[in-house]
Design a protein around this ligand. Structure first.
Ligand code: GLU
Length: 339
């Protein structure tokens, strides 16, 4: 990395409009030269990505989209899908029932950890690790695999504003090489944590991971969560508002693999990453952030994605515990004690 010391104009907190498009362009230029990390290769198709791909997109809750770089390059959504499928399972079953099937405890383990299947609680720890995501996917309602997949694709359509499709070669690549996921699903079946038909649930999970998106799509999806479940570009509701808080909570505690704690500390936003190089982060009531760059660190997070989100959070003071405005307005509204 050579140019990350380049200065970027600080946002001015004045009535003068801060030039957001110029800001994301500078950010893109600054981190373009950061070439650390490597492509995911445990799914053979992912190793075919171009390591130079890099885009940053922001979608505001009032429907503006700022984009720079390879923003229309398609890639598979991978683990970022877990967030939205969890939302759908919440709608299908309700919060309390879903909690009996999939927990919300962060593990600090890598996404594909197999050692923490909790035989006694009968539920995987959270919906962001693979065991929890496969269990969540197995709960999606539908009379047959086609209806379940169509329901998932329809849900993703509401979040992005257009039809999406599954990349068959990535799906087949995941399906034929996903031995660890297969082993985990069968262990969960053995422990009574999920029900038959396991292979159908696995196929649906591999399909959801193989849905093609671009960086703008991800920003609008994150912007939809920021906008309490309404797509800010189309005005269409993608998820019931009651569940947005649940989704953001698990993103905050478990969305960044075994970097989730440090991410919460340094960036302080609910987020989710995927091994194809995408990261989404949500600034509730304001903004969806998406970065795409397929070079990953040792935990499976996009190197440029983490760096860009950290810088955006720092420059705009977006860490949720920086957001003193929430606390202040609440306190201002509270009755004052008698003098
Ligand atoms: N399809 C991937 C898997 O289960 C998802 C990985 C990820 O993005 O974390 O192996």
């Amino acid at each position: 990395m050579t140019s990350t010391d380049d200065a970027i104009a600080q946002p001015q907190h004045t009535s003068e409009k801060f030039e957001i498009q110029a800001f994301v362009e500078q950010l893109h230029q600054k981190y373009q030269s950061l070439r650390d990390g490597k492509l995911a290769d445990y799914i053979p198709e992912l190793a075919k990505a171009n390591p130079d791909w890099f885009s940053i997109c922001l979608a505001t809750t009032d429907g503006r989209v700022y984009k720079v770089g390879d923003f229309d390059q398609l890639f598979t959504i991978q683990s970022i899908s877990k967030v939205f499928v969890y939302g759908m399972a919440l709608e299908d079953h309700g919060r309390e029932k879903l909690l009996t099937k999939v927990g919300v405890e962060p593990t600090g383990d890598p996404f594909n950890s197999i050692i923490r299947l909790d035989e006694s609680s009968k539920r995987p720890d959270n919906p962001m690790i693979n065991s929890g995501a496969i269990a969540t996917t197995s709960l999606i309602k539908g009379k047959d695999p086609t209806e379940k997949l169509n329901r998932l694709l329809e849900m993703f359509r509401r979040y992005t504003g257009h039809d999406l499709f599954v990349d068959i070669s990535v799906f087949m690549s995941e399906r034929t090489t996903g031995h660890r996921n297969r082993a985990m699903a069968h262990l969960m079946l053995n422990f009574g944590m999920i029900d038959e038909p396991v292979d159908e649930a696995l196929d649906l999970y591999f399909q959801q991971c193989s849905i093609m998106v671009n960086c703008c799509d991800l920003a609008v999806m994150a912007g939809t969560l920021a906008n309490r479940g309404v797509n800010p570009c189309t005005g269409e509701r993608a998820i019931a508002p009651a569940y947005v808080r649940d989704i953001l909570s698990v993103m905050y505690t478990s969305g960044m693999y075994n970097f989730a704690g440090e991410w919460a500390y340094r960036v302080g936003l609910p987020a989710k990453s995927g091994v194809s190089g995408g990261i989404i982060a949500v600034v509730p009531n304001h903004l969806g952030i998406a970065v795409f760059s397929p070079l990953l660190d040792c935990r499976g997070n996009s190197v440029r994605g983490v760096a860009v989100c950290e810088e955006i959070s720092r420059m705009f003071e977006l860490h949720i515990f920086d957001s003193l405005a929430y606390g202040c307005s609440l306190l201002d509204a509270a009755p004052k004690p008698e003098a």
